[in-house]
Design a protein around this ligand. Structure first.
Ligand SMILES: [Zn+2]
Ligand SMILES: [Zn+2]
Length: 372
């Protein structure tokens, strides 16, 4: 067994991009330091912030809540609470909600749970069934990676964390091409919508999500593949959808800014590889969900495998892709601003629900309230 590069203890991880082996204690110390550096680099947290952590119960969001509480828990001016959105995915989300509850209890964090069913009168499972014309049966979740059992943690932590670099097959349902919109579209649109609306309702000034370096790189690639510049333009510093739009571009935008309809997003793990977030969650003995949503579709798997192959052969690629993206982001934002000036994608309020939208009827109402 390899030894830690900084002490005599056995290593739990080899960071190829640094050429260092690290033991459990040195890894955790370095991990926490990196997260703190990321938070200050992107100026994610301000004085008097009320941070809403989007807590699904998955490893990334659990680790996000844990570390934010660790860093800011003693600051009297900063408040942290957790928000869980129950999409209604049987055998998957019901399990992770229990884990989310447990973690909040352990950390003494206020916890709110809201559901698709309450907001849209329908669970995600029901919505997918409806959009498939009733022919769809739910995928078997037996093929999903396992939950990490407590007693295996330290000893096998490194092997477990490496699991996130393995090629993963999409579930049979994820491969299907007959969706009107992919299940991830229905889910993602509604989840972002509820996250913003509910975080605002509960008084948040920031929304923290568990997106890690791998998620970020995948999102950058997906935006390229789909030609989605306006989405890419919102991946900036603090994830404020109207960042840089305050300068009188449109009255609607200005009023949305003034009324604080959008809560800026922060991603403290933006520069931390998924494998390391998983390892941290395991070593901190978090009872988090490690399985993947059964509805994930094919393109995401292809993108992820491609990026992992790239990183394996050319270490540091993931980080470099995000850094390069940071540099070209101002240009992307300028392009989008010009579009908005010319009248495309102006921000207004949705006619049905009153939430901010660039269309008369927002995407969520179109997909979920049959507003189209
Ligand atoms: Zn060490
Ligand atoms: Zn709407």
């Amino acid at each position: 067994m390899k030894k830690c590069s900084q002490c005599e203890k056995p290593a739990v991880i080899y960071r190829k991009y640094e050429g260092r082996h690290l033991c459990s204690a040195h890894f955790m110390r370095s991990f926490e330091k990196k997260v703190k550096a990321t938070i200050s680099k992107y100026e994610m947290v301000d004085k008097n912030d009320v941070i809403c952590v989007a807590l699904s119960g998955g490893k990334d969001s659990c680790a996000t809540l844990y570390i934010l509480k660790k860093i800011f828990g003693k600051r009297p001016d900063i408040k942290i609470f957790a928000l869980t959105i129950d999409e209604g995915i049987k055998g998957y989300r019901d399990e992770s909600i229990e884990m989310a509850k447990k973690l909040c209890k352990r950390l003494g964090v206020e916890h709110h749970i809201v559901s698709f069913k309450d907001e849209f009168k329908m669970t995600l499972d029901e919505k997918i069934k409806e959009s498939m014309g009733g022919s769809h049966t739910r995928p078997d979740t037996a093929h999903l990676p396992m939950k990490v059992e407590r007693n295996t943690r330290e000893r096998e932590s490194s092997m477990l964390a490496n699991m996130f670099l393995k090629k993963r097959e999409p579930s049979p349902v994820g491969r299907r091409s007959e969706w009107k919109s992919g299940p991830c579209t229905y889910c993602g649109v509604a989840r972002r919508y509820m996250l913003n609306k509910c975080a605002r309702k509960f008084g948040a000034t920031k929304v923290a999500t568990g997106h890690n370096l791998d998620d970020e790189v995948q999102a950058i690639f997906m935006d390229y593949i789909n030609g989605n510049l306006s989405r890419a333009s919102r991946m900036g510093k603090t994830q404020n959808p109207w960042n840089g739009l305050e300068n009188g571009i449109s009255d609607n935008v200005v009023s949305a800014v003034k009324e604080k309809l959008f809560i800026p997003r922060i991603k403290p793990f933006r520069e931390i590889p998924e494998k390391e977030v998983a390892l941290y969650a395991i070593l901190k003995d978090m009872d988090a969900q490690f399985a993947e949503c059964p509805h994930v579709t094919g393109i995401r798997f292809l993108t992820r495998d491609f990026i992992n192959d790239l990183e394996a052969n050319h270490s540091g690629s993931k980080y470099s892709i995000v850094e390069t993206f940071n540099k070209i982001l101002p240009c992307i934002q300028m392009t989008i601003e010009k579009k908005i000036e010319s009248g495309e994608g102006k921000l207004a309020r949705c006619k049905i629900c009153g939430e901010p939208s660039s269309q008369e009827i927002c995407k969520t109402c179109e997909l979920w309230r049959n507003g189209g």
